[in-house]
Design a protein around this ligand. Structure first.
Ligand code: P1T
Length: 463
């Protein structure tokens, strides 16, 4: 295999630098059959198949450019950052485990010095996710939570953060119990009404933290509307959107005007519940330089092996998300019609209060939902322990279906008063719909609901 690694034009001759499998550079190789790709200003591609002499080069066709940015999501998920190994031709780039890299002379290196600072496997992965989030840059961390910490590290004592009230419990915990000890103040507000911001923004507000849909009540935040208001008040306020629930397949916050997009890789992107990792993405050079500085200085980096695994997961993100959504829609409709269910919160249902906004802002509705069942805490516990296929566990976004009770599990760090205000009650169950066979999932939910209801009714009669 040959790769053209450099083209310079001198007078009317093209000088090519060609890298072949044995890594030799040949210049002006007239005896090779070449396919030249020449991009012009109108972004059209002229291809010329050259074979030995100019006489055979006369036919030129104009066809649309096939470049990285023009490929669709599923193709980019498989190919970006995944160039075959230039030495062996291995189609899957090998994991780069080395902690350090040989320098030709002091300070003269290949771009890699020390693996905390930069690692080829991590860089490939960052590049791939950046492409899917329509970002120029990506910076991976050892977890979604350490990504949050790194972003809050951009601030200093005396700064103020506004966060959506219904935020992931771990983000709430970090802002209330870690950032606060460093002199960073936080307010939690219901950003589903963008006008609230006008009163919430203070002189010292430096960052706005959005999750949409929110975890766990599935509220939708109008990112474009929020960005417009925030930037009109103070253009320097950094708008961050945690995109974990949607994944880049269904939503791209940077295209809606956010400055930074966050994904917990532990969820849909890796997709197999076997990696903890996070990533921050941006188009802003200054922000990425500061995040890379924090990544290196704090050292909360993912291992090359985890980056490789997550990159493998990423390649099937598109096909997984389609099946996740298909199952979720069927499960949501089934639950909504079920007599033992009080309410279903899923943005794909017409009954969702912000269904129209969801349709406008997202490319699909994902596979996360919350269900309020009839009964009490005992009913919730009985329901959860009666499930056979859905596993009672924290987390989301894996191929397997999960259920959890936010009031006791993911949102235990949120105060009881705040939970009551948000509607995180004893009977609110969060569901992460996996990619198993749809019918099996529905049957499982049905039998568990019936058992839970029977037990609750029996208890009621005895009292
Ligand atoms: O688990 P970690 O990779 O550190 O990601 C943290 C995180 C960030 N943002 C959102 C929206 C999240 O949901 C999470 C983690 N959430 C769970 C573990 C959970 O069960 O909700």
């Amino acid at each position: 295999m040959l790769s053209v690694v450099g083209i310079t034009k001198k007078f009317n001759t093209l000088n090519l630098k060609i890298l072949n499998q044995s890594n030799l550079i040949k210049k002006n190789s007239n005896n090779l059959r070449l396919s030249l790709k020449i991009y012009n200003k109108t972004n059209m591609l002229s291809t010329t198949n050259s074979n030995k002499n100019e006489e055979t080069n006369k036919e030129t066709t104009t066809i649309p450019v096939m470049s990285e940015e023009n490929y669709s999501f599923a193709t980019r998920a498989i190919h970006v950052g995944q160039e075959p190994d230039p030495v062996t031709g291995a189609v899957i780039p090998p994991i780069s485990l080395a902690t350090t890299f040989k320098q030709k002379a002091a300070g003269v290196h290949t771009g890699y010095e020390y693996s905390r600072t930069g690692n080829p496997t991590r860089n490939s992965f960052e590049k791939a996710v950046a492409s899917l989030e329509c970002a120029k840059y990506g910076c991976a961390f050892s977890s979604g939570s350490s990504t949050t910490a790194a972003i809050i590290n951009l601030l200093k004592a005396g700064d103020h953060v506004i966060s959506i009230d219904d935020v992931y419990g771990g983000t709430n915990r970090f802002l209330n119990r870690v950032a606060s000890t460093q002199g960073i103040e936080s307010s939690f507000v219901d950003l589903s009404d963008p006008n609230i911001l006008k009163d919430a923004i203070k002189e010292n507000t430096k960052l706005l933290w959005i999750e949409t849909p929110t975890n766990p009540t599935m509220k939708i935040v109008d990112v474009e509307a929020i960005v417009k208001i925030v930037k009109s008040i103070n253009k320097d306020i950094i708008v961050v959107v945690d995109n974990t629930f949607m994944s880049p397949y269904f939503q791209n916050p940077l295209t809606l005007g956010a400055d930074i997009c966050v994904n917990s890789i532990s969820k849909y992107i890796n997709g197999h519940s076997d990696v903890i990792m996070g990533i921050a993405l941006t188009n802003d050079k200054e922000l990425i330089d500061r995040l890379h500085f924090i990544q290196n200085a704090v050292g909360a980096i993912p291992s090359p092996f985890d980056c490789w695994l997550a990159n493998r997961g990423l390649k099937t993100l598109a096909i997984r998300m389609r099946q996740h959504e298909k199952n979720a829609m069927a499960v949501a409709k089934f639950l909504e019609a079920h007599p033992l269910v009080e309410a279903v919160y899923y943005p794909g249902l017409e009954s969702h209060k912000q269904h129209e906004l969801a349709k406008k802002q997202m490319k699909g509705f994902g596979a996360m939902m919350s269900v309020r069942i009839k009964g009490n805490l005992d009913t919730s516990n009985k329901f959860l322990s009666s499930l056979k296929l859905f596993t009672l566990a924290e987390s989301l976004g894996g191929v397997e279906s999960l259920c959890e009770l936010p009031c006791i599990m993911t949102h235990a760090a949120v105060s009881p008063e705040e939970r009551a205000k948000l509607g995180i009650t004893d009977t609110l169950i969060r569901v992460s719909v996996g990619i198993e066979e749809t019918e099996d999932l529905i049957k499982d939910l049905d039998q568990a609901l019936k058992i839970a209801n029977e037990v609750t009714n029996k208890k009621r009669k005895m009292n």
